[in-house]
Design a protein around this ligand. Structure first.
Ligand code: 9Z3
Length: 348
C-alpha cells in the first residue's frame, strides 16, 4: 500500500462483490450482528471489531489447495481479551481454527490440554495444582463475557468471505454505534486473489503437467470503502506488517495519507510480539478524512516496547497497546460530539 498504487474507485468494489459469491452464512451473521450491536447500544457499551488471523486464497472452487499466510491470530485473540477487560464488547471476526480469546491458552500449545489436566484415582478429571488458579481465572472471564453478551465470534476462511463479512459487520456497527465503535483490523489479509471467473471448478490435475502457473489479481483496497462508508464516524486502526524495518514509517504514513483514518499500528514480522509503532494522530485526529490525510506527514510515530522483564513474566504487548487505544478512543468520542454539534450549526 503506497502512493504508487492505482487509485481504488467505487466500481472496483461493486465489481468485486458482483463477481465473487457471498458466503453461505452471510445472512445469519448479519442477523446475529444486528442483535449484538443493538444490545450494546441499549446497555451503552463501547464495541470493538477485532479482525484476526490470515485469509486463504483458494486455487480451486472445490478447494483442495489454497495459499495461506503465517498469522496465528495471537494479536487479535490477545487484544480481544484486553478490550473485554477494559469494558468493551468485542466482535471477533477470525479465521476458522485460529487462536480465539480465552481458549487460546489451551489450544495450539505444545503439550495441549494434557499438560493442564490430571486423571484422579476416583475416575475424575481435574485441572492440576500448577494450573488451577490460572484456569479458574480464564474460565471465569470467558463465562462473564458470554453472560454479559459482550463477545460474539464470527468465522471466515477465504479472503472473499472476509471482505463480505467485514462489510456486513462494519456497516451494522457503524449504524448503531457511530463513534463508540473501534475497528481494529489485525487480520493478515491477502493482497492477491484468484477471481471466480478464472478458478478451476475441480482439483487441478497434475498428470502430464510441467508445472502450474497461477496469476493472481490484486484485492481491491478495502480500507477505502471501510473508512469512507462502512465504518463511518468510528475509530479505525489498521495494521501494517513489513519484514524490512526501513519501510515501516513511510508505508504507515502512506496508508494514513491514502485513507485519512486515525491510526496505523506498524509491526515487523520478527519483533511483532515485543515492539509495535503507533503512527497517526489517534484520538486527536480530526473528523474530516481529507484533512487527516493531508496531515499524514506530521503524524507522530511512537514505539511501544514490551520491557524484557515483563516479557520474561509472560506479559503480552497487547496489555500495553489496548489501554493506549482506549485513551485515544476517549478523545475521539469527545471530539465526535463537538464535530456533530459544529455540523449541526453549519447545516442550520
Ligand atoms: C498485523 O500486522 C498483525 O499484527 C499480525 C499479527 C498479522 C502481524 P499474529 O496473528 O500476527 O499474532 O501471528 N496485521 C495486519 C497485516 C496486514 O495484512 N496489513 C495490511 C497491509 O499491511 C493492510 S490492513 O497491507
Amino acid at each position: 500500500m503506497d502512493h504508487a498504487d492505482p487509485p481504488t474507485n467505487d466500481d472496483e468494489y461493486t465489481r468485486f462483490f458482483a463477481s465473487e459469491p457471498a458466503p453461505a452464512h452471510l445472512a445469519s451473521v448479519a442477523a446475529q450482528v444486528e442483535a449484538f450491536v443493538a444490545h450494546q447500544r441499549v446497555v451503552g457499551r463501547r464495541t470493538v471489531l477485532v479482525t484476526s488471523g490470515g485469509t486463504t486464497v483458494p486455487l480451486e472452487a472445490n478447494t483442495v489447495r489454497f495459499l495461506d499466510n503465517f498469522s496465528a491470530g495471537t494479536r487479535g485473540a490477545t487484544s480481544a481479551e484486553h478490550f473485554l477487560e477494559a469494558g468493551y464488547a468485542v466482535l471477533f471476526l477470525h479465521r476458522q481454527y485460529s487462536l480465539r480469546p480465552f481458549s487460546r491458552h489451551y489450544t495450539h500449545t505444545k503439550d495441549s490440554i494434557f499438560g493442564v489436566l490430571e486423571a484422579t484415582a476416583e475416575g475424575q478429571v481435574q485441572v492440576n495444582a500448577e494450573h488451577a488458579a490460572f484456569a479458574h481465572a480464564v474460565l471465569t472471564k470467558h463465562h462473564a463475557a458470554m453472560a454479559r453478551k459482550a463477545l460474539l465470534q464470527i468465522e471466515f476462511t477465504t479472503v472473499v468471505e472476509y471482505l463480505y463479512l467485514l462489510q456486513a459487520v462494519a456497516t451494522r456497527m457503524a449504524e448503531s454505534l457511530g463513534a463508540n465503535a473501534i475497528y481494529y483490523l489485525a487480520a493478515a489479509v491477502s493482497d492477491f486473489y484468484l477471481p471466480r471467473t478464472r478458478l478451476a471448478e475441480h482439483k487441478i490435475q497434475s498428470a502430464g503437467a510441467k508445472g502450474l502457473d497461477v496469476r493472481l489479481d490484486p484485492v481491491p483496497k478495502f480500507l477505502v470503502p471501510l473508512v469512507r462508508d462502512w465504518a463511518a464516524d468510528g475509530f479505525v486502526v489498521s495494521f501494517k506488517l513489513e519484514t524490512d524495518p526501513a519501510l515501516l514509517d513511510s508505508k504507515s504514513r502512506a496508508a494514513l495519507a491514502r485513507y485519512g483514518h486515525q491510526l496505523v499500528i506498524a509491526n515487523q514480522l520478527s519483533t511483532r510480539k515485543r515492539v509495535v509503532y503507533l503512527v497517526g494522530h489517534g484520538g486527536d485526529a480530526v473528523h474530516d478524512r481529507a484533512e487527516n490525510a493531508a496531515r499524514a506527514d506530521s503524524a507522530p510515530f511512537r514505539a511501544l516496547q514490551l520491557p524484557a522483564d515483563l516479557e520474561a513474566q509472560g506479559v503480552d504487548i497487547e496489555s500495553l497497546m489496548v489501554p493506549e487505544l482506549v485513551r485515544m478512543h476517549d478523545a475521539w468520542i469527545a471530539t465526535a460530539a463537538t464535530a456533530k454539534a459544529a455540523d449541526g450549526e453549519v447545516s442550520e
